[in-house]
Design a protein around this ligand. Structure first.
Ligand SMILES: Nc1nc2c(ncn2[C@@H]2O[C@H](COP(=O)(O)OP(=O)(O)OP(=O)(O)O)[C@@H](O)[C@H]2O)c(=O)[nH]1
Ligand SMILES: [Mg+2]
Length: 311
C-alpha cells in the first residue's frame, strides 16, 4: 500500500530546519546561513520512495514579529504549514531555553492537533561543548510544556542535521505517521513544488547573507527578471532590491567590487544546483521601505504560500 503525507518542520530561527530538509531530500533546496531568519517562505521538499511520498515543509523560524512587514509574512508562512500536516518535526537548538521557545509553543497550541516529534538538533555541538546536563534540562522543560498545552507530543530524538546523525532513523520512524494515500506529485523525480526561478533567487539571497554584514541582508530581496534557458550558457538577469538609498552603494561596493563578488559566488552555487553553466547579470534597485508594508512585500515578490490541500 502506497503512503502519502506531509511533515512540517517547525522551530525558532537558526535551529537547523533548512539543513534538515536538505539532508532528508539530499538536495540543497533551502538556503542555509549562520544568520537567524534566513528562510522567508515555505519550501517543500518531496521525497518519493517505494513505500510512498512524503512532502516536507521547511518554514521560516517562528519569532515575535511586528505586524505588517516581512517578519509577519515569515511567521504567517510558518503558521500556514501547521494547517494540516500528518506530523510535526519541532527542532530546537541545544543552547535554547524554554523561555525562548514560547512563541513556537504558543503557535503549536493554537494549531490543529497533530502528532509531534521534538528534535534536539546539533548534537555534535552538545558533545563538543559538554552541554549534556543543560540539554537534558531543556528537553524535559520543553516536553513538559508541550504536554501541558495539550500538544500531541510523541517522542524526543537527538540529531545532527548537518552531520546526518539520527536522521535516517527519524525518517524511518516518521513513516509510521503517514497514512495510506496517492502521491501528491506523480513525477517521482520532482523534488520541490517551487519553480527553478525561486531557487535561483534564493541562491543569490544566500550570498547576500554571507557577504553583506549583519543588518543589510534583512533589507534585501531578489527578483529574477529573466531566465533564458535556450541561450548558451543559460542567461539569467536578476535585481537585488534594497530599502534605503544608502544601501545601494554598499551592495555595489567600491568600483563594483561587492556586486562582482556576490555575482561570482551566486553563479557558482546556481551552476551547482542546475548542473549547467550560466551567465548571471545583477542589478541593484531601491524599493523604498519594502520590508515595512504589504505593498512593498508584494513588489519584492513575497506572497502567502497557497493552501496545500483542502480538508
Ligand atoms: N553544528 C551544527 N550546526 C548545524 C546543524 N544543523 C544546522 N546547523 C547550522 O545552523 C545554522 C542555521 O541553519 P539553518 O538550517 O539555516 O537554520 P534554520 O532553522 O533553517 O534557520 P531560519 O531559516 O533562519 O529559521 C547554519 O549555520 C547551519 O550550518 C547541526 O546539526 N550541527
Ligand atoms: Mg531556514
Amino acid at each position: 500500500m502506497f503512503k502519502s503525507g506531509y511533515i512540517a518542520i517547525i522551530g525558532r530561527p537558526n535551529a537547523g530546519k533548512s539543513t534538515l530538509l536538505n539532508s532528508i531530500v539530499d538536495t540543497e533546496l533551502s538556503i542555509v546561513t549562520p544568520k537567524a531568519q534566513t528562510t522567508r517562505d515555505q519550501v517543500q521538499g518531496i521525497l518519493t520512495e517505494p513505500e510512498g511520498q512524503i512532502v516536507f515543509i521547511d518554514t521560516p523560524g517562528i519569532h515575535q514579529a511586528r505586524m505588517g512587514g516581512i517578519n509577519e509574512h515569515m511567521v504567517s508562512e510558518a503558521k500556514g504549514a501547521l494547517d494540516a500536516p500528518d506530523l510535526i518535526w519541532y527542532l530546537i537548538d541545544p543552547s535554547s531555553k524554554l523561555a525562548h521557545e514560547t512563541a513556537v509553543i504558543d503557535l503549536l497550541e493554537k494549531a490543529p492537533r497533530t502528532p509531534l516529534i521534538l528534535l534536539i538538533n546539533k548534537i555534535d555541538e552538545v558533545e563538543k561543548r559538554k552541554w549534556a546536563l543543560q540539554v537534558d534540562e531543556l528537553e524535559k522543560n520543553v516536553r513538559e510544556a508541550l504536554i501541558e498545552r495539550g500538544i500531541l507530543f510523541q517522542a524526543t530524538r537527538r540529531i545532527s542535521a548537518r552531520k546526518k546523525e539520527g536522521t535516517l532513523s527519524l525518517l524511518k520512524e516518521s513513516w509510521n505517521f503517514i497514512p495510506v494515500g496517492q502521491a501528491f506529485y506523480p513525477d517521482s523525480e520532482q523534488v520541490s513544488d517551487r519553480p527553478t526561478k525561486f531557487f535561483v533567487a534564493e541562491k543569490i539571497r544566500e550570498r547576500l547573507f554571507y557577504l553583506l554584514g549583519d543588518e543589510l541582508p534583512y533589507s534585501c530581496a531578489v527578483e529574477i527578471e529573466s531566465f533564458n534557458e535556450t541561450s548558451q550558457p543559460i542567461r539569467i538577469e536578476a535585481t537585488i532590491y534594497v530599502e534605503r538609498e544608502s544601501q545601494k552603494g554598499i551592495v555595489i561596493g567600491n568600483q563594483g567590487s561587492k556586486i562582482k563578488e556576490i555575482g561570482q559566488g551566486a553563479r557558482q552555487e546556481i551552476e551547482k544546483f542546475l548542473g549547467e553553466k550560466i551567465f548571471l547579470g545583477l542589478k541593484v534597485k531601491l524599493l523604498r521601505q519594502w520590508t515595512q508594508n504589504k505593498e512593498g512585500l508584494q513588489k519584492a515578490g513575497y506572497h502567502a504560500s497557497s493552501k496545500r490541500r483542502s480538508g
